[in-house]
Design a protein around this ligand. Structure first.
Ligand code: CA
Ligand code: CA
Ligand code: CA
Length: 606
């Protein structure tokens, strides 16, 4: 018991020294190397923050890693913090996590005997194109069965946690964990795809057989000029008590634990991970001045030693993206009926993301930094979201526009005449199920005005509005109804003298007022009393402009007595009305003339 206490005290002292040591080392590392980063501004602030921490004890204190995640040597959630079982069940507040080939969190399984490193180029200090893999086996204690990782954002600090389990515990096993900025995967013929980026993170630690002290070292890939083999820069050393460190730590299970995922250790019943078969740890990358690393891939490996030049053995790899997922939402359509559209972005990391919309060819009419925007023009709209750790991602939605008006054709103009007293106007369009509406200011529509065709009985301008119900767009056209109703002009007069003549010549002078001029035809009438009631018309035919009247017998003469000197006379006076009716074939109009009187005096007898 006393021995145990002394050992723990030693560990704490060592841990304190290690923490103090990494601060100095990372300070140097930050000045020595440039890094490709998402946001220079944020990066600068991170470095500045780190300097503040170094200088001032009153600066904000990073959380101990054990207060972010249950880095407690088991998988089950024992308190309020997430543990791997939390994430495995789909819960938790991680901003990134490993997914298996089915897209499910959290463990990436790696069946024994598959995908092991091979060849002399498979070293952590060499770039990924040098790595090779093959099928085969490694010593049982180096067989990884599952690996997993997750990221958390606490007060803007990026904390990555990671872990693995293995097949056998007959001895310690060195373990490495890579977080890659670019995608890394398995290529053809035993090669890997992808390559290192400056800023890739390598964490070296180990499974310990009995759950003892777990050294942990953090490196950053710098490509050249690094203090570890040139390509790597040592960033920090961690401790094996996650409750007391803000930088890096790791721990193994000191007693058998239950596994929530399919697991069977060598010589053990399924579902139980023996002591030293489980490893987990965490790193606060912000506290190390290397936040803003938008990782996209993860690899866990076993190795022959903790040297970066060690021979690599088993590995398991998968995606681990700190790039927040984003959707710009469904595409949208602008029509005449809906002249604006709304686009709504979404991200699983809401509300801890910011939105910013842009467009090169469209038009945003609302706040472009909102989750939902309103647009009024066709175009491609791109939303960029930035997560709490500064990683961005974007997606686009396309807005199309259907504002094509329908064809509106009110049809040909029409003409009303004396014989055509109403006309039909026939509208046409090119869309299905159109909505028609006719209107007129100076004409008159007989009956319905909302059909394709209308009846008009008055001269005027008739306007047809056609609306396409699909997009709400309308168009109009007009037809004019003209009037051709002017009657012919007529003058009807005697052109021979009255008197005792047996006949009287009457002449009609008429002209067409139709446009164009029509052919005139004539009818003559004689009547005695009221010509309006007399129907004795004579059809005289076209062009017969003269009428000879002689039928004085149709009327009883009035007896007249008169004296000339001393002689008394008596006689008979015949008086007959005559008229002409002129009809114009051009417009069907006709004019009846005023009566012309013809007279005859007979039987003068002194
Ligand atoms: Ca745990
Ligand atoms: Ca736990
Ligand atoms: Ca493997």
């Amino acid at each position: 018991m006393k021995h145990e206490t002394t050992r723990l005290g030693t560990v704490i002292i060592l841990a304190t020294l290690l923490v103090l040591g990494y601060v100095g080392i990372t300070g140097l590392a930050k000045n020595s190397h440039s890094r490709k980063i998402v946001s220079e501004k944020t990066k600068t602030e991170a470095v500045k923050d780190k300097k503040n921490i170094t200088k001032s004890a009153s600066a904000p204190v990073s959380p101990n890693l054990g207060s972010v995640f249950e880095l407690d040597g088991n998988i089950a959630q024992d308190g309020v913090l997430d543990d791997w079982a939390t994430l495995d069940a789909g819960g938790g507040s991680a901003i990134a996590k490993t997914l298996d080939s089915n897209g499910q969190p959290i463990n990436i399984p790696d069946p024994a005997g598959t995908t092991i490193f091979t060849g002399g180029g498979s070293k952590d200090g060499l770039d990924i194109p040098n790595w090779r893999y093959t099928g085969g086996s490694v010593p049982d204690k180096d067989e990884i069965l599952d690996a997993f990782a997750a990221a958390y954002s606490v007060n803007g600090e990026l904390i990555v946690v990671f872990g693995a389990d293995r097949f056998a515990v007959n001895g310690d096993s060195q373990v490495g964990l890579w977080f890659f900025k670019q995608a890394v995967g398995l290529g053809p013929n035993g090669t890997f795809t992808g390559q290192h980026s400056v800023g890739d993170i390598l964490i070296l630690s180990h499974f310990t057989q009995g759950g003892g002290t777990v050294n942990i070292e953090v490196y950053e890939w710098v490509g050249s000029g690094g203090d570890t083999g040139g390509t790597l820069q040592h960033v920090a050393s961690g401790v094996n008590n996650c409750a007391i460190t803000t930088s890096a730590c790791a721990i193994t299970n000191s007693s058998p634990i239950a596994s929530p995922w399919a697991y069977k250790a060598k010589g053990m019943p399924a579902g139980t991970i023996p002591t030293g078969g489980f490893f987990e740890g965490g790193v606060n990358l912000t506290a190390l001045g290397i936040s803003n690393e938008c990782f996209s891939a993860f690899l866990a490996e076993t190795r022959s030693s903790q040297s970066v030049d060690a021979t690599l053995k088993d590995f398991v790899e998968g995606t681990f993206t700190l790039v927040p997922e984003v959707s710009a939402g469904p595409d949208a359509l602008i029509t005449c009926a809906n002249p604006t559209a709304q686009l709504t972005a979404s991200s699983p990391l809401e509300p801890n993301v910011t939105f910013h919309w842009t467009t090169a060819d469209g038009n945003i009419t609302s706040n472009p930094d909102a989750k939902t925007i309103t647009v009024d023009r066709a175009g491609t709209y791109t939303v960029t979201i930035t997560g709490a750790t500064g990683c961005s991602n974007s997606d686009s939605a396309v807005v199309t526009q259907d504002t094509t008006p329908p064809v509106a054709n009110a049809g040909p103009d029409a003409t009303l005449t004396c014989s055509i007293t109403s006309v039909q106007l026939n509208g046409q369009t090119d869309v299905a199920n159109p909505v028609y509406q006719w209107s007129t200011l100076d004409g008159h529509i007989v009956g319905a005005s909302n059909g394709a065709s209308i009846t008009a009985d008055k001269a005027g301008t008739y306007t047809l509005m056609v609306t396409n119900p699909v997009n709400g767009c309308g168009a109009s056209d007009s037809a004019v109804v003209n009037a051709n109703v002017a009657p012919p002009s007529v003058q009807f007069s005697k052109t021979s003298a009255d008197g005792n003549a047996l006949s009287v010549l009457l002449t009609t002078v008429a002209s067409s007022n139709s446009v164009p001029a029509g052919t005139l035809s004539y009818q003559y009438q004689t009547c005695v009393l009221n010509c309006n009631l007399d129907a004795s018309w004579t059809n005289a035919g076209a062009n017969q402009t003269t009428f000879v009247f002689s039928n004085f017998g149709l009327v009883s003469p009035a007896a007249q007595s008169f004296s000339i000197g001393s002689d008394n006379y008596s006689g008979q006076l015949f008086v007959v009305n005559t008229r002409v009716k002129v009809s114009d074939a051009g417009n069907g109009c006709s004019t009846t003339s005023s009566p012309a009187l013809v007279k005859k005096v007979t039987a003068v007898d002194p």
